[in-house]
Design a protein around this ligand. Sequence first.
Ligand code: ZN
Length: 159
Amino acid sequence: MPATTSASPLTVKQIRSTLEQVFDPEYPDISVVDLGLVQSVEVSPDGATIIGLIPTFSGCPALAMIAADVREAVESLDGANVVSVQWLSSPIWSTERITADAKQRLSTEYTVVLRRKDGTLLCPVCGSTTVQDQSMAGPTRCRSIAWCSSCRNPVEVMR
Ligand SMILES: [Zn+2]
């Protein structure tokens, strides 16, 4: 929908709340905001919008989908003008950027392991640190499958 004359320009707040409804293709209830991918939102007076995103794993094929979803969601807003999405090369994304709530859901709903600052992996099933970080083929290039030697469950490692 092209911008109409009656619509007021988008606000950063409005765009951010829209982005909270743009979900990761691989984790359907975890948004790009939850994952800490949204670094910047700029709106010029004519309504042109630039959204700066931080990639998780740069070879991840889901990134193109995420960028398209973000652009589409913002473009559909009343008052939207040209929307562009940029992948920023800094800062570097880390699991620290994921919200506490989303970390919890990744762990309980998707058995996703998040690498801690000291490099260890904490098993989302049993809580032990005996997860073996082996490079078995994961479901996608963005994730790998690891194995917990304590509870013997396979878990996913986010890259
Ligand atoms: Zn375990």
